[in-house]
Design a protein around this ligand. Structure first.
Ligand code: NAP
Ligand code: HSE
Length: 433
């Protein structure tokens, strides 16, 4: 017999939990029209059920005991929105062993413990929905699993941390200090409980782990992602980048190059004319290139209660439809493609260098000589101002070079007595001139 009522229990009534609850309560009519199924928000668990969350929750729905949801035989789908690793992982595994389907936005948990969670889901014949774990309201998981299923994926480039993008945008457009922009992102509910995750590229790396796994059929491999955050980006570099025709964005990159997969997160200079460089504020965008579809770009809000809640509820509805139709699928069912992950030293890129060099004759030739010794070819140079006897920024853009060579060259240059501070380097995307 077809099931036309699905009971849902949410654990974690914070930013995303509130958004998901609001959508389930307020949009149940339109969802029923589209699916023929009643999605009922049966219980919500949170440690604090007294705080006003700005929505009216029916009597008897709120509880402080997550187990009251996990052990309720009438609940079909458990929605984990508390975040963190423990006890979230135990709750999810309990739910799965109780044959309940799970929906989560917890990219940290999936990136680090997801292989076990998806394995258990497959064994128990239940689904794990995780659309909300990457890029908030943008349905990028569905794009990779369904929309582009007929493609070999050539590359994925993403701005997938709303907090960092918000901070970089404020620093670029309003000349706001890093710390003030971060405080505002926290106030707006974009930042993780520990904002280090956002600004040090950890959250982006969690999300990239999930995207790489879907794009290339590899196990979730968070420990192999190269990560570098935005904390060392200065107003001066933003200004030089702008003068050269670039924006600085925290970019997540995964691509297939010479038979191996690159997985890296770092500030990147992107040419102003690229659409992705225009993605500002809390907005996210993911560029996916497939061998049959070509270039595609997906854009939307990457964080916040309602956009993320929208993705959570989309998963609930998908799973509900599968329950109704008697067809369940595990979250990440795929063969291991066996593709190797490339070491960061083996990647190739163009580079921006900002050397702190003494303002005296012969300095440029010393630095360019070392770059030349490591096969790093210069595309352009900027030196502004004069400070005889002092240091000035010397900015160099390169042609494509090997990361390994760049690291060696920078080490040698930083040891020169004519260099007063550590060299800043930023990887550059775009067409080689
Ligand atoms: P949040 O606002 O901190 O909400 C988490 C809620 O869970 C809090 O109310 C917390 O209560 C509650 N909680 C903690 N331990 C619990 C337990 N044992 N039982 C019941 N409730 C418990 O976090 P959030 O921003 O909504 O994020 C939730 C998840 O979504 C995280 O995995 C996050 O990475 C992910 N995510 C967030 C966004 C976003 O825009 N915020 C977007 C995408 C994905 P207390 O406050 O009392 O501790
Ligand atoms: N802290 C995350 C961000 C939330 O800023 O993008 C969405 O995953």
């Amino acid at each position: 017999m077809e099931k036309n009522k699905i009971n849902v229990g949410i654990i974690g009534f914070g930013t995303v939990g509130t958004g998901a609850a609001k959508i389930l309560l307020e949009n149940s009519g339109v969802i029923k029209k589209r699916t023929g199924i009643d999605f009922v928000l049966k219980r919500i668990a949170d440690l604090d059920i007294k705080r006003d969350r700005g929505i009216k929750i029916p009597q008897g729905v709120l509880t402080t005991d997550a187990n009251a949801i996990l052990n309720d035989p009438e609940i079909d789908i458990i929605v984990e929105l508390m975040g963190g690793i423990r006890p979230a992982k135990d709750f999810m595994l309990n739910a799965i062993k109780n044959k309940k389907h799970v929906v989560t936005a917890n990219k940290a948990l999936l990136a680090t413990e997801g292989n076990e969670i998806f394995g258990e889901a497959e064994k128990n014949g239940v689904e794990v929905g995780f659309e909300a774990s990457v890029a908030g309201g943008i349905p990028i998981i569905k794009v990779l699993r369904e929309g582009l299923v007929a493609n070999n994926i050539i590359a994925v480039y993403g701005i997938i941390n709303g907090t960092s993008n918000y901070i970089l945008t404020k620093m670029t457009d309003e000349k706001v200090e890093f710390s003030d922009a971060l405080k505002e992102a926290q106030r707006l509910g974009y930042a993780e409980a520990d904002p280090t995750f956002d600004i040090e590229g950890i959250d982006t790396a969690h999300k990239l782990t999930i995207l790489s796994s879907l794009a290339y059929g590899i196990p979730l491999s968070y420990n192999e992602v190269y990560k570098e955050g935005i904390t060392k980006i200065t107003a001066q570099d933003i200004e030089f980048a702008s003068e050269l025709g670039y924006k600085i964005k925290l970019l997540a990159i995964t691509k297939l190059s010479n038979g191996a997969i690159e997985m890296r997160v770092h500030p990147t200079m992107i040419p102003n004319e690229y659409l992705i460089s225009k993605v500002d504020g809390v907005f996210n965008a993911v560029y996916v290139e497939g061998d049959t579809v070509g270039s595609t770009l997906y854009y939307g809000r990457g964080a916040g209660d309602m956009p993320t809640g929208s993705a959570v509820v989309a998963d609930i509805v998908d799973i509900g439809k599968n329950i109704a139709a008697g067809t369940v699928q595990s979250g990440l069912r795929m063969q291991d493609s066996g593709l190797r992950i490339k070491k960061m030293e083996d990647i190739e890129s163009m580079y921006y260098f900002r050397f702190s060099a003494m303002d005296e004759p012969g300095v440029l030739s010393k630095i360019s000589g070392i770059l030349g010794n490591y096969n790093i070819s210069i595309a352009s140079v900027i030196q502004k101002g004069r400070r005889l006897g002092g240091s000035v920024p010397l900015v160099v853009l390169t042609h494509t070079a090997k990361e390994r060579d760049v690291l060696s060259a920078v080490k040698e240059i930083d040891n020169l007595h004519i260099v007063s501070d550590k060299t800043i380097f930023i990887r550059v995307e775009g067409k080689e001139e």
